[in-house]
Ligand binder design. Structure first.
Ligand code: DX5
Ligand code: ZN
Length: 218
């Protein structure tokens, strides 16, 4: 199998030094960019104007995670500015399939995310419309929360269903991923790992990324 992908979340970076903070994760796979609107989640980060500058500055491609209402309206703008992947929440989208098709037509990978309390079965029949599925392993909104192991059976079932259908969709986890939790997410079928505090909280960021990759492979 392909090497596990490690996507550091810049939510845990120093927002006043974003250019330096992006340069520090140059050996990771994608920069994970958390867009929050204070409505879908009770926290606010930044919008397209900031993400456009992050895109221009980042040494690695962007993995945009939209925690916003009405992604049908806003998500294509992030694909337009060049994000490699754009992930929106199933809970917020009016027409997830139509939106995924628009994202792909622009040239971005299309991703769909589900919160810990949302069942995975609703994704089974639309798997082919997406390039990646994000199983949230915390309630979205904040970094630094504890990993929820109760989301693992859902991840495993999505993994098995995707393989049964011959899909090579990427399976991503986000929230509380660390040296202590990454192996269980990998064992349940994840291949792409978002980590905020575990990367930016480390003294040696490059070593932290390598360490996470190794533990995800074991
Ligand atoms: C949380 C965000 C995550 C967050 C993860 O809602 O979607 O991407 O940055 O942070 P950690 O890795 O610290 O849990
Ligand atoms: Zn995220």
């Amino acid at each position: 199998p392909a090497a596990p992908r490690i996507n550091p979340s810049i939510l845990a970076a120093d927002f006043a030094n974003m250019q330096t903070e992006l340069a520090r994760i140059a050996t990771a796979d994608f920069a994970h960019v958390d867009v929050m609107d204070n409505h879908f989640v009770p926290n606010l980060t930044f919008g397209p104007q900031m993400v456009e500058r992050i895109q221009a500055t980042s040494p690695i491609p962007l993995d945009v995670h939209l925690m916003i209402d009405d992604p049908d309206r806003w998500a294509p703008g992030y694909a337009d500015l060049g994000a490699a992947s754009v992930t929106f929440h199933l809970e917020a989208a009016a027409d997830p399939v139509a939106l995924a098709r628009r994202l792909r037509a622009i040239g971005s990978r299309a991703g769909i995310a589900i919160k810990p309390g949302t069942a995975g079965e609703s994704l089974y029949d639309i798997l082919d419309e997406f390039d990646q599925i994000l199983v949230m392993t915390v309630e979205p909104g904040f970094g630094g929360q504890g990993f929820m192991p109760e989301t693992m059976p859902k991840l495993r079932a999505l993994h098995d269903e995707a393989r049964r259908r011959g899909s090579d969709v990427w399976l991503q986890v986000d929230g509380g991923i660390s040296d202590d939790t990454i192996a269980q997410a990998a064992a349940a079928g994840a291949d792409t790992f978002v980590a905020g505090s575990a990367v930016y909280g480390a003294r040696d960021i490059e070593a932290a990324v390598i360490g996470l990759r190794e533990r995800a492979r074991a």
